[in-house]
Design a protein around this ligand. Structure first.
Ligand code: HEM
Length: 156
């Protein structure tokens, strides 16, 4: 499977006929009302991923999976991916192309233990954001479903 593991909210049809609007207006319509903006934009995603990677750096199962000693570039990839997914800038695809997350996780042993660890560090990240309950539930629901969908082995 090469598509996103979970349907992409940024890709759903705009509620207004945005394509018919003048370019200026189109720009402003496209940049308002996204989940990305609602939860605080770039700063929020940077914080989420910073807290997450602090957990990964101390995790004896996850840390060895990361190919680079410096987690900085991996942080940028995850941040830009999540920002794009939630309707923010499309930097991820400009730099990395189509996400193809299942394919990109194929080299790693993503078993239930790895998933649970990944989710535990993400939980700490989400908790650090102090989001409104509905935003928090929306974000968490996605992260859980995405993590479940990336399991690629049940080997210990
Ligand atoms: C389920 C447990 C997971 C494990 C163990 C895991 C592990 C990894 C590892 C080891 C990498 C390589 C680091 C790098 O070079 O960037 C990676 C990359 C990445 N992961 Fe995960 N991951 C998991 C779940 C997820 C989920 C749920 C998402 C999305 C919501 C995600 C999004 C990404 C992205 C965007 C990249 C960078 C892809 C690229 O452009 O190369 N991962 N992951």
């Amino acid at each position: 499977m090469t598509s996103d593991p979970v349907p992409h909210p940024g890709a759903s049809p705009a509620p207004l006929p945005v394509s018919a609007a003048a370019p200026r207006l189109r720009e402003s319509l496209a940049s308002t009302g996204s989940f990305y903006d609602e939860i605080g934009g770039h700063e929020t995603f940077v914080k989420l991923v910073d807290v997450f990677y602090a957990g990964v750096a101390a995790d004896p199962v996850l840390k060895p999976m990361y190919p680079e000693e410096d987690l900085g570039p991996a942080k940028v990839r995850l941040t830009t991916f999540l920002e794009q997914y939630w309707g923010g800038p499309t930097t991820y695809s400009e730099q990395r192309g189509h996400p193809r997350l299942r394919m990109r996780h194929a080299p790693y042993k993503v078993n239930p233990d790895a998933r649970d660890r990944w989710l535990a560090h993400m939980r700490a990240g989400v908790d650090s954001l102090d989001l409104a309950p509905l935003h928090e539930a929306t974000l968490w629901d996605y992260l859980e479903r995405a993590a479940h969908s990336l399991i690629n082995t049940f080997e210990e």
